[in-house]
Ligand binder design. Structure first.
Ligand SMILES: [Zn+2]
Length: 392
């Protein structure tokens, strides 16, 4: 595979083309570990350190990663390695380490043949205090990341006053692939985007409904960005779509989740915990939650929103009855951070499980997608009619 991805001739490279990372190697042990990545052109890069857990973040311009995943499998000092797109202009490598580590060497060398450039990263163990010092003294100012700008908030097209606006959220994306299918190695982020597109299209056929996507292609959005996008567009509903994996491969079917402080069961708690890792995978700093303000109005809003979320979840399960297989107790709840908007009724829908081969087949079936989109649209319409009937 690597052979077919050799660097293209320099003359055919457009200025705006992403870099091509066409090869990668990792060697070493748990005292020193070296990573080498081959690029077709010289990559600009920057390195940062993040604590809790300890991670090294290498930021790159837009990059296509063309080497087999096994060539950069975690080993030595690294217990998890992720890489992928952040947005149109940037890509990122996130190295989660087993303890405090620093890059003793991080540089780009021209390779012997003069055809490409290799990025060499030498990691070595350091003590906790030295790592804390690294985190404290580094500067993020060499790129705009620290501010976490959400410059490009997609706006729903032609939402007229009075339109019912729905944010359709394709789970995961970019560097966060989500779960990986058992059979076809399908990535969850692709499945969720395909469903989100089908659902948005179907919803927009309904008069008075304007649905929009939180992400339109394979890019990373943090959990709080997703919530923010829904709120800034005055969404009346937020639907996050997922297709995760479970250890129990025989479990299949759909599940609808709503938010709660206390998880309904172990499965829901585990899933929420994994979903909430998304920001960490992408090398985002864990932002301390602001202390809960004792605000009676906010509390009332939250409670009202939660009641609406539950009513939507029930409407979805009514639509699925005898049409779509569901797991036992298909309405569950847990502390999903993506469902946190205090004023937008929100559900997270697990359409099926990529850990189950039969579910995986369905998840890849376009006709099935269309069917689910139709049933969800019915559910949204019934939910809306009920809310309007109650003067909402
Ligand atoms: Zn997911």
């Amino acid at each position: 595979m690597a052979a077919s991805l050799l660097p293209v001739a320099a003359s055919s490279v457009e200025a705006g083309d992403p870099l091509l990372a066409y090869g990668a190697r990792i060697v070493g042990d748990d005292a020193r570990t070296r990573i080498v990545i081959d690029f077709d052109r010289e990559p600009r890069f920057s390195v940062h350190y993040i604590a809790n857990p300890e991670r090294i973040v290498v930021d790159l311009p837009a990059t296509a990663f063309g080497f087999p995943a096994k060539d950069l499998a975690a080993r030595g000092l690294f217990k998890d390695i992720r890489y992928g797109k952040m947005d149109e202009e940037s890509a990122r490598i996130v190295l989660t380490t087993a303890g405090p580590v620093k890059l003793a060497l991080a540089k780009v060398q021209a390779d012997e043949a003069g055809k490409g450039h290799r990025l060499v990263l030498d990691a070595e163990m350091i003590d906790k205090r030295a790592f804390a010092e690294l985190v404290k003294t580094q500067s993020w100012s060499d790129r705009g990341d620290a501010a976490q700008t959400t410059s490009a908030i997609p706006a729903p097209e032609k939402a007229a006053p009075g339109d019912f606006v729905i944010a359709v959220d394709a789970g995961h994306g970019g560097i966060d692939t989500g779960a990986i299918g058992v059979d076809t190695k399908t990535e969850e982020k692709q499945v969720t985007l395909a469903f989100a597109k089908a659902l948005t299209e179907r919803l927009n056929k309904e008069p008075g409904i304007k649905a929009f996507l939180t992400r339109e292609d394979d890019e990373f959005l943090s959990l709080s960005q997703r919530v923010l996008i829904a709120r800034q567009n005055h969404a009346g509903l937020f639907i996050s779509l997922h297709a995760d994996t479970l250890k129990q491969k025989d479990i299949r079917g759909a599940t609808v989740y709503t938010i709660s402080d206390k998880a309904s069961d172990k499965l829901a708690a585990d899933l929420a915990e994994r979903e909430n890792l998304s920001d960490q995978i992408a090398g985002k700093e864990t932002v301390a939650e602001p202390p809960e303000v004792a605000d009676i109005l906010l509390d009332l809003t939250r409670r009202e929103t939660q009641a609406f979320s539950i009513s939507l979840a029930e409407s979805v399960l009514n639509s699925f009855k005898d049409q779509v297989g569901t797991i036992n107790n298909p309405h569950r709840h847990a502390g999903f951070r993506v469902l946190q908007a205090p004023d937008v009724p929100s559900i997270l829908l697990e359409i099926g499980f990529l850990s189950n081969a039969e579910d995986e087949k369905l998840l890849l079936d376009e006709a099935w997608r269309g069917k689910i989109a139709g049933l969800l649209t019915d559910a949204v319409k019934r939910y809306r009619a009920a809310v309007m009937a109650n003067g909402g």
